[in-house]
Design a binder for this molecule. Structure first.
Ligand SMILES: Cc1ncc(COP(=O)(O)O)c(C=O)c1O
Length: 434
């Protein structure tokens, strides 16, 4: 019942957002799934008013983008690839880039070749294709909860059901859950949205459960290189190679990577790595979508990776993000800890705050915060059912320290204003936001 009401509110909000009646004839009715999208997401990605501090997006620091290196790599790519850079590329990617990615993840116990790699337009597109080629009506995806908003959006048209992945469940429970699912979706390194890092033993346990269940385990790892404290934890893809036999890769992990967080999201270069037959199947999604990622950016990516640009940028990126993480955590302690609990993340891009009052509604807070000049991502957008209301996600990589401090101050002010509102006013604001 509550879900129906939510859906209706979203429907209304979507209609409100659409441009006015400029079509000469009647507008077609959009497919039903479009009415399940979350209106707040559209506000989040919309234009921010001048002076507003954006803590909502998961965006890198633009001043770190290696412009000079990309300029030089572009020239080299055009010299080297010539007309190929402007032609259609093979569906699964240009061989040079597939080979580079295969070499990057080859190790003792796992021999990978280009046939194990699909190049996608960003990591999100790989999630889209995995859903399209695997999920049929009624299928369940066993996913971390709360879940990456992009994945929820990508799988929305499929009408997928979700079960919550419990990293702490006993082996038998985890195996049964994995066996009942079409695939498992996980972000063990600094999850989006919670920033949580899954410990080594839990990774091993999930891997074993999926292996026993014969289930495909999707490991989405855009933040793996963004460690600020302590040594990295091995990926499940790497842990799986420990039992490899040097032959072609036969495992059940599909590992997803991207250049978005290490170089820049504007390149739209991501990849899926896995068993050759599975990769071939996932490529069918690519064929019907864009026939292949832009050859031009793939050629530039080859030059960037061969020159080690991602490694060159890495140290500066880590130093900058660590400072910003510290600044936001300190500001959150000063301005938000009265109402929220949180833990400082050891990597990634996000700080996740859970309201001490379970009835606190961060959807309702959103407009008040927006009016105060700060935006954040409310927890409801990371729940496919939109029900998780008492938490929020703040990004710390985009803004400089002073803006992070000011953003947290504004948010703290908004929280108090929100709590002082008459109840009806809060309800009215929620109506327009969800
Ligand atoms: C968990 C997760 N997966 C995948 C992506 C995909 O990023 P892109 O499509 O830019 O590679 C993101 C980006 O924010 C993310 O947070």
């Amino acid at each position: 019942m509550e879900q129906q009401r939510n859906d209706r509110r979203r429907d209304d909000a979507q209609d409100d957002d659409r441009p006015g009646d400029v079509m000469s004839g009647p507008r077609p009715r959009f497919a039903a799934w479009t009415r399940t999208t979350n209106a707040i997401t559209r506000h989040m990605v919309g234009v921010q008013p001048p002076g507003s501090i954006n803590l909502a997006g998961g965006l890198p620091a633009p001043e770190i983008y290696p412009l000079d290196a990309v300029r030089a790599a572009t020239q080299r790519a055009l010299d080297r690839f010539g007309q190929r850079a402007l032609a259609y590329s093979p569906v699964a990617g240009i061989p040079e880039l597939r080979a580079l990615i295969a070499a990057r993840y080859s190790c003792p116990g796992r021999r990978l070749g280009p046939e194990n790699v699909l190049i996608t337009s960003g990591g999100l597109q790989a999630l889209d294709f995995i859903g399209r080629v695997l999920v049929e009506a009624g299928d369940t995806i066993l996913a971390q909860f709360p879940t990456y908003l992009g994945a929820i959006d990508a799988w929305r048209p499929l009408g997928a059901r979700y079960a919550h992945l419990d990293w702490t469940a006993p082996h038998a429970v985890q195996s049964a859950a994995a066996a009942a699912a079409k695939f498992i979706y996980s972000v063990p390194n600094f999850s989006n949205p919670t920033g949580a890092l899954v410990p080594l033993e839990r990774r091993r346990a999930l891997l074993a459960a999926c292996r026993e269940a014969g289930a495909v385990l999707v490991e989405d790892d855009p933040y793996g290189a963004l460690f600020y404290d302590g040594p990295p934890v091995p990926t499940m893809f790497d842990l799986e190679a420990e039992r490899g036999d040097e032959g072609p890769y036969r495992g059940n992990v599909v590992y997803l990577g991207t250049l978005s967080k290490s170089i820049g999201p504007g390149l739209r270069i991501g990849w899926a790595v896995g068993e050759a037959g599975l990769i071939q199947g996932i490529s069918l999604g690519k064929q019907g979508s864009d026939i292949g990622t832009a050859a031009f950016t793939q050629a530039v990516a080859v030059e960037l990776l061969e020159a080690g640009v991602d490694r060159d940028v890495h140290d500066r990126m880590i130093a900058t993000y660590r400072r910003r993480r510290d600044a936001l955590v300190a500001a959150a302690r000063a301005h938000l800890s009265l109402r929220f609990d949180f833990e400082a993340p050891v990597g990634g891009m996000f700080l996740w705050l859970t309201a001490k009052d379970p009835a606190f509604d961060t959807d309702g807070l959103w407009q008040v915060a927006f009016d105060e000049g700060v935006s954040y991502a409310p927890s409801s957008v990371f729940d496919s059912a939109g029900r998780l209301k008492n938490a929020l996600r703040l990004n710390f990589t985009l803004n400089r320290e002073a803006d992070l401090e000011e953003g947290a101050r504004r948010l703290g002010r908004a929280v108090e204003r929100h709590l002082q509102r008459p109840r009806d006013a809060g309800a009215a604001s929620r109506e327009t936001m969800t």
